[in-house]
Design a protein around this ligand. Structure first.
Ligand code: NFS
Length: 655
């Protein structure tokens, strides 16, 4: 029998360890304890269970090699993976659609509490989308941008407009393979059709379409979501804030915002400083209202408003255990049903708000954009009324500082200045070998691995080896909690990367936002290629992707569109297609031939990062760049005791 994990092995975050001890003492179940009690079904885990009709479910193990209809292991594993892409792409894209409706409401006056904040971005996006903007008011342009965006979901013919944001060669690869996304909804629906009983049976063919639907997410639904959120709430620029449970306040009403869409959380932020609401909080004995975020909502309101990050996906139940959370306000996605049960043991009110997501047992205050501020205030009043009902409170006194807010616009501005925004200095640094390459490290938490450990190990290894890291989602929150989003972390970087970060004034780990903001990473990659000197396609770049602790369908969609865009991507935890060697081959070697990148499931995060660094070096070699030398730029730094320093072979260790 496997050794039971004590709290100390469940997370490397001391706050999580402390709260898990409290959970045990209080007799409260959490995702961590349930993961211990419920082992994954080994057949489903490997992608060998087909439940797409009622002749089965067919479990393809042992002597059973085909299902009742004759479906093989390859077909079943490919269908299962494709359906996950459909789920993930649907979630991101439906979020994007709602952002477009909010923009439409803001522009027409039907959502009077929303306004177009970033007119410059609006006019840029209008240009991309072919909306005339000269001589027109921002409201006129905004309404047309929203309509064109909404049209992308059900586009009747042609290709998604944003496809042209990709480098020309990448567009050619997609067209040649027949995987250029046409309409966002269409690609998702087509996955569901093709994978229903008796339709597409060729694993390779099913997987091609999975790539197409994932591209409709990355270069469609998610990209529109990011752009429209920036138009409505502002394009992020560097912002300082804090993270972890130490940001909760004993003497203030703590409202935790959790979920994904910024539509509600932005209004909660605005309502929290309304004098009438502040006065109401004081009338109940609190000093004010303290907001903090969980999951990707946290990243959205951090990037634009500086609201502190309370924790990532696995912290949601634990926050309630502090006894200090007066309300947890949720909208959509990554919200565990378990929070309602946990809250029954404490005073926390769980408030669901989305017309799409009700939580049984929670208070439902449905959010509608035409009455947004009024509803946001009523939510806050419910939280304030709960403040006097607090029992015993335990707030671990641990927090870290962070700098976030690195939109692709800001990175280009930072590198080139406001008059000549450009990726030139970055490309030059890569070509000179000061920066070895770049990696996107993103995605969820998963209690099947030690919480935050693979996330942080990979990021630390990368920066130590002169690889610049861009981060989003739960990885960004893990990095924040360990102080990796501050300039001080420079001392943990390789010398070349440090020199560049010091010159430009950026941390080596750049927080680019929420999971839909992975589309910002696609834009950065395209801009690097277009800048010149690093090949003519994304697959030429010395770059890698990681989702070290993935668990959701959304992470599968993200990983698939990274790969289909040309970035070899390592997914941690384990493989959901392990049951089929053929599917494993198709998404690694097969996709490498087709789209120039592989989708690799590797449960050993130490091996994953080693392989990724070797991959980055191979890409440098193919570009005929100078061979990377870890000691070449080491002269620029005198190493002090306790710092990471290279030996004469370039291996880093604490001096
Ligand atoms: Ni994205 Fe995973 Fe959820 Fe955000 Fe976190 S769990 S796929 S990172 S919060 S969406």
């Amino acid at each position: 029998m496997a050794e039971k994990k004590g709290p100390d092995k469940k997370s490397i975050d001391p706050v999580v360890v402390e709260m898990l001890e409290k959970a045990r003492a209080d007799g409260v179940s959490t995702a961590f304890s349930r993961a211990e009690e419920t082992k994954p079904c080994p057949i489903g885990h490997d992608g060998s269970c087909c439940r797409n009709c009622f002749m089965g479910p067919c479990r393809l193990v042992g002597k059973t090699t085909v299902g009742i209809c004759g479906a093989t292991k390859e077909t079943v594993a490919a269908r299962n993976l494709a359906r996950w892409v459909a789920g993930g792409a649907a979630a991101h894209s439906d979020h994007g659609r709602d952002m477009a409706f909010t923009l439409l409401g803001a522009a027409t006056g039907e959502a009077p509490d929303y306004h177009i904040k970033d007119e410059r971005k609006l006019r840029r996006v209008a240009e991309y989308l072919g909306v005339p903007e000269k001589g027109r008011s921002k409201e006129e342009v905004g309404a047309d941008v929203a309509r064109v965006a909404l049209g992308e979901f059900g586009r009747l013919e042609g290709e998604l407009i944003y496809v042209k944001r990709a480098p020309a060669k990448r567009q050619e690869i997609w067209r040649k393979l027949g995987i250029t996304p046409r309409a966002i909804d269409r690609e998702i629906v087509e996955i569901m059709h093709r994978t229903s009983v008796g339709v597409d049976q060729d694993a390779d063919h099913i997987l091609d379409h999975a790539m197409r639907a994932s591209l409709a997410d990355g270069w469609g639904g998610s990209m529109l979501s990011t752009d429209i959120s920036d138009i409505l709430f502002g394009t992020p620029a560097p912002v300082a804030s804090g993270s972890n449970f130490g940001t909760l306040r004993e003497d203030e009403v703590n409202v935790v915002i959790h979920g994904h869409e910024p539509t509600l959380s932005e209004l909660i932020v605005a309502a929290a400083s309304d004098p009438e609401i502040v006065a109401y909080a004081k009338s109940k004995g609190a000093k004010g209202i303290n907001l903090s975020g969980i999951c990707c909502t946290a990243n959205e309101v951090l990037m634009r408003q500086g609201v502190p990050l309370l924790g990532n996906f696995l912290a949601q139940e634990l926050a309630i255990l502090t006894g200090a959370v007066d309300a947890m306000v949720v909208d959509i996605q990554c919200i565990m049903q378990g929070i309602v049960e946990t809250a029954k043991n404490y005073h926390t009110k769980i408030i669901s708000t989305s017309p799409k997501a009700k939580l049984t047992g929670a208070i439902h205050i449905e959010f509608h954009e035409d009455k947004a501020m009024e509803i946001a205030k009523s939510i806050l009043r419910t939280a304030i009324d709960n403040f006097p009902k607090r029992g015993q409170v335990l707030i671990p006194d641990i927090q870290d500082r962070l700098v976030a807010g690195f939109s692709h616009e800001y990175i280009a501005y930072m590198l080139g200045g406001s008059l000549r925004e450009s990726f030139r200095p970055f490309n030059d640094a890569v070509m000179a070998g000061r920066i070895r390459g770049a990696a996107g490290v993103v995605g969820c938490n998963n209690p099947r691995v030690t919480h935050d450990d693979p996330h942080l190990y990979i990021v630390k290894e990368l920066i130590k080896n002169d690889v610049l890291v861009v981060t989003t989602g739960c990885n960004a929150i893990a990095c924040a909690k360990q102080g990796l989003l501050t300039p001080e972390v420079m001392d943990h970087c390789g010398p070349g990367l440090r020199e560049i970060c010091q010159t430009i004034g950026i941390p080596p780990v750049l927080h680019m936002g929420s999971c839909v903001d992975n589309s910002r990473i696609l834009t950065v990659l395209a801009q690097c290629v277009n800048e010149g000197g690093l090949g003519d396609d994304i697959s030429d770049l010395p770059a890698a992707g990681f989702a070290p602790e993935w668990m959701s369908e959304k992470a599968i969609s993200i990983g698939t569109y990274f790969v289909a865009s040309g970035v070899t991507t390592w997914m941690g935890v384990g493989s959901p297609v392990a049951g089929s060697e053929e599917v494993t081959r198709l998404i690694t070697e097969g996709w490498k031939e087709k789209v120039g990148a592989s989708f690799i499931f590797e449960g050993d995060h130490k091996k994953a990062v080693e392989d990724a660094i070797a991959h980055i070096d191979a890409k440098r070699k193919a570009l005929k760049l100078e061979e990377y030398s870890p000691t070449k730029y080491a002269h620029s730094k005198t190493y002090m005791p306790g710092e990471f320093a290279p030996d004469k072979h370039g291996a880093y260790s604490i001096k």
